[in-house]
Write a protein that binds this ligand. Structure first.
Ligand SMILES: C[S@@+](CC[C@H](N)C(=O)[O-])C[C@H]1O[C@@H](n2cnc3c(N)ncnc32)[C@H](O)[C@@H]1O
Length: 244
């Protein structure tokens, strides 16, 4: 069955945007997934089609009204997970992406202004997800990020050559590690060469080198991931994680 995405937004023209190109765009054309961009303003009934109002308690900015957001959700809600993209949500992870991609699809609510009235988040039991510790001007780029990460995992979207098997955050022997470095032709470029082991044709040695490099990069760049990996694979790791 087709994986279905519905995006509630004040800017439907932002979709499919970059998702209309490359692998995701081909998948969309081939019917491997579908995308519905629902204009939230379409459910506004007053003369000015107002979707927001000033915050109770005072303060800067405007808040998206609960009745408007609820009516927009009612147009698309079904058994799919309904997610509000917000910087105060749980950080998005590859594990959550895998779960979402394995399900029927998603409903994504994009906020604008100061965000959405709390009551509709509670009434609709929306899952709150953040794409990082920074503030965007709207949820649309976050929705595009989440959809891109899901769509590439759908059956038929990614060719075998682009397999997700050994990449960062994937399960299996590489679980918990960032990816090792890649090299391609030419073997020498601007005086820089390729590690000898990769030219050796010795698959065992190459696998050992890649694992060691993945461990080194994770240790140097992400002490949080390294500590968790080290705990899970203490015997396989040569050196201890750095002190916090
Ligand atoms: C200007 S932001 C509102 C920020 C909010 N007042 C706060 O301080 O948390 C407007 C909208 O952008 C989206 N947004 C901003 N940053 C985001 C992030 N890091 N992850 C997901 N969505 C984000 C949300 O939908 C949010 O409602």
């Amino acid at each position: 069955m087709t994986w279905r995405a519905s995006v509630l937004t004040l800017f439907p023209g932002m979709f499919p945007g970059p998702l209309g190109q490359s692998l995701a765009g081909r998948g969309l054309d081939d019917g491997l997934w579908s995308l519905q961009a629902q204009d939230i303003r379409a459910v506004a009934t007053d003369r000015h089609r107002k979707v927001d109002d000033t915050p109770f308690g005072g303060g800067a900015g405007m808040v998206m009204r609960p009745d408007i957001v609820d009516a927009a959700l009612a147009l698309v809600a079904d058994e799919r997970p309904a997610i509000y993209l917000t910087p105060r949500g749980r950080p998005l992870t590859q594990a959550r992406i895998r779960d979402l991609a394995a399900g029927p699809g998603v409903v994504l609510l994009c906020g604008r202004f100061e965000g959405v009235d709390e009551r509709v988040i509670a009434a609709r039991a929306l899952e709150e997800i953040s794409i990082g510790d920074y503030v965007l001007s709207g949820g649309e780029p976050a929705a595009l990020v989440l959809l891109d990460a899901c769509v590439r995992l759908l059956p038929g979207v990614m060719g075998a050559a682009d397999s997700a098997g050994e990449e960062s955050f994937s399960p299996g022997p590489w679980a918990g590690l960032l990816e090792y470095p890649h090299y391609t032709r030419p073997a020498e470029w601007q005086g820089r060469t390729v590690p000898d082991v990769l030219l050796s044709g010795h698959h065992g040695a190459i696998a050992t080198w890649r694992l060691a490099e993945a461990q080194r990069i994770t240790r140097e760049r992400r002490p949080d991931l390294w500590a968790a990996y080290h705990q899970a694979h203490a015997a396989a790791v040569a050196s201890p994680p750095p002190a916090p």
